[in-house]
Design a protein. Structure first.
Length: 432
């Protein structure tokens, strides 16, 4: 068995059955290609490589054959490889990824020049409507060359997505394997989440005691970031509204920060249009039940042997989110309880649904906080219940698939018949 088969689908099956052609041009960043290829394979993709002559000077065809499990195309022959891979027919790829893309290759594609296997593949893909992504890599001065910027803008206008990396040490680095894979997943996302707007609200609220101290709930934010990621991978347009987090938000997820419950409510009211337009609002945030008046400055510890804080009930966020985002937006609430039985957990979850107006409730024990694995009781709006167990990224994907199926069923269900009163002759006479 080829080593590529061992890792296929280890991260997800979201690219299972998808064929991706990766065009490699002559940048030293080509040495990163095996990592990018393997990341795509971990999501189930079948990857084929096409190399320019300059790329073959930097990374050997054998290296890419090892990474993909297929011999790369190094020159076009009578088999018309560019047409076979990207033209009409059963072998047609689902996406062309050019990584790394040099300034030279970008400019050639923008001007319709086909003089390498990579640029010929790009020509066929653009002409045939195959989705195309470009991950540039070049010296920073080349990256800001007006001609290169103009060519990139031209390609964007043609529907080509640019996956940019970081500017480091005078170089426009190629995007990381995770960034490239996330862009591919998002572009090829299909199913009920494709193109839908999703807002994830996560992290911990912090209620200020003074200007340097706060009262907070325990939350790492791992579940929120996993939900945002998995929704993005499925083609959704995602926003993360983030309180205090102990995990890093990936660069492809736009994040808006909030601190306290009051901050979050202000953000929600300011962004009410986005909330109402969202297909789903998921709220795994650790929201404070109590708040207090913030004291000015810093309370001097030397002046107080003890310190008494007067807490008052904080406003409830979920009912306000429901008001701002009425159906058909799906409001997904999370309920965290310590040491409850399954029956008690379900009862408290259903009570939360009634009190907040949430469509879905996910209930679990405090033992999942900060853990890599989760065990959650899912209560759908149609009744019933089921458990999801596993790593948090896997849990997030399964939950989104559950909600997505319900969204798809509602979208495809026929509208109920409208019963109108029969208009009698007497009624018609009154209305004329």
């Amino acid at each position: 068995m080829h080593p590529s088969h061992v890792i296929r689908g280890r991260a997800s099956q979201l690219l299972a059955g998808r064929r991706i052609v990766i065009g490699v041009s002559g940048s030293i960043a080509a040495i990163e290609l095996p990592k990018i290829i393997r990341e795509l394979i971990r999501h189930g993709a079948d990857v084929r490589a096409v190399m320019s002559p300059e790329a073959a000077r930097l990374v050997t065809p054998e290296t890419l054959e090892f990474a993909t499990g297929h011999p790369p195309v190094t020159q076009l022959t009578g088999n018309v490889e560019h047409v076979t891979l990207l033209g009409p027919g059963p072998e047609r790829a689902d996406l062309l990824l050019i990584a790394p893309a040099t300034a030279n290759t970008i400019s050639k594609i923008a001007h319709g020049i086909d003089d390498t296997p990579v640029t010929s593949c790009a020509s066929v893909a653009l002409g045939g409507g195959v989705p195309m992504l470009i991950a540039p890599a070049m010296h920073s001065h080349m990256g800001v060359n007006p001609a290169v910027l103009e060519n990139l803008e031209k390609l964007r206008g043609w529907g080509v997505e640019i996956v940019s990396g970081a500017s480091v040490e005078g170089e426009e680095k190629i995007a990381s394997p995770e960034e490239v894979a996330s862009a591919v997943l998002h572009r090829l996302g299909s199913g009920p989440w494709k193109g839908r707007s999703v807002i994830v609200i996560g992290g911990a609220a912090r209620e200020s005691i003074d200007e340097v101290r706060s009262v907070t709930n325990e939350s790492s934010g791992t579940t929120a970031v996993a939900l945002a990621n998995q929704a993005f991978y499925r083609g959704a347009e995602v926003e993360l509204w983030a309180g205090a987090l102990q995990v890093t938000v990936p660069p492809w997820i736009p994040a808006t920060r909030w601190r306290s419950v009051a901050d979050l409510l202000e953000l929600a009211r300011r962004r009410r249009t986005a909330l109402a337009a969202a297909s789903a609002v998921l709220v795994p945030a650790a929201l404070s039940d109590f708040t207090l008046e913030r004291r000015p400055g810093k309370i001097p510890s030397r002046d107080h042997e003890t310190l008494t804080l007067a807490l008052r009930r904080a406003p409830k966020v979920l009912p306000e989110l429901r008001r701002l985002a009425p159906p058909p937006t799906r409001l997904v609430a999370f309920k965290l309880e310590p040491g409850r039985s399954e029956a008690e957990l379900e009862e408290l979850g259903r009570l939360l649904a009634r009190e907040s107006g949430a469509d879905w409730v996910v209930a679990n024990d405090v033992a999942v906080m900060g853990a890599a694995q989760t065990t959650a009781l899912v209560l759908p709006p149609s009744g019933g219940r089921h458990w999801i167990r596993g790593p948090k990224s896997e849990f997030a994907g399964k939950l989104l698939d559950d909600i997505g199926r319900e969204l798809a069923n509602v979208a495809t269900s026929p509208a109920p018949p409208v019963h109108r009163p029969r208009r009698t002759a007497r009624h018609r006479a009154r209305t004329h």
